[in-house]
Write a protein that binds this ligand. Structure first.
Ligand SMILES: [Zn+2]
Length: 227
């Protein structure tokens, strides 16, 4: 991977309580033009930033040093952790949200993930989407993002198949989703693990969530979800 291009953002602070990066949070920009994206994430009046931005052509920009706390995650939680910014690295993919992610961009993402996950000893189970940690507020990186591919390459976890028919809420809690309205938790879960699903909760959602919860528990070294 060629070194990222630095575009220093003033929008960062120290990680709180000595936290280190333990998660990677993936985003889409919902904006079309990389120059506008970089300008916004470097504008002190916006109070938003990310560690990295990846363009459609695979260019990687770095805005905030890994050791610092960028302002990409906001309100939400994952596995009971609420200050996700202090414990994560944020990567923004230039994408409007209604288009496929380009091949050069996905290739650059894989290369960056390999570097970051090695540098910070981050496991595939600890790579999440913005919508995973903030289902009430966020939709990104959205159903067009190819989580399965990222998992095949070893940079995320996407357990295959269906499990037993267990209560959906219990499985979503065990995966790591924060508390919140059921419809939004279901939408976030589907965007990542059942992208073709729609309509009210059904048995496939419950069986898929149980399989994912079991896979995540196994990856975290926990024998199986205890229902
Ligand atoms: Zn986001």
């Amino acid at each position: 991977m060629s070194a990222p291009i630095w575009r220093h953002s003033p929008n960062f602070g120290p990680r709180r309580n000595g936290a280190r990066p333990q998660l990677v949070v993936l985003h889409y920009t919902a904006m079309d033009d990389p120059a506008e994206v970089l300008a916004r994430l470097c504008d002190p009046s916006t109070s938003v930033s990310a560690h990295y931005v990846i363009g459609r052509d695979g260019t990687i920009w770095q805005l905030v040093a890994d050791a610092n706390r960028a302002w990409h995650a906001g309100q939400g939680g994952w596995l009971g952790v609420e200050d996700v910014n202090s414990r994560s690295l944020g990567i923004e993919l230039v994408n409007t949200g209604c288009e496929p992610f380009s091949a050069p961009q996905m290739h650059a993402l894989s290369q960056l993930m390999r570097v970051l996950m090695t540098r910070w000893s981050i496991a595939p189970v600890d790579v999440i989407g913005h919508s995973d940690m903030a289902p009430e507020r966020k939709d990104d990186p959205g159903p067009r993002f190819d989580w399965r591919r990222l998992a095949r390459e070893g940079y995320a976890l996407w357990p295959e198949g269906l499990g037993a028919d267990r209560p959906l809420d219990a499985s979503l809690d065990r995966i790591g989703y924060p508390p919140g309205p059921g419809a939004q938790r279901l939408a976030a879960f589907r965007a990542r693990f059942l992208p073709a699903a729609s309509g009210p909760e059904c048995v496939e959602d419950r069986r898929r969530a149980e399989a994912v919860a079991t896979g995540f528990y196994r990856a975290r070294g926990i024998a199986r979800p205890g229902y």
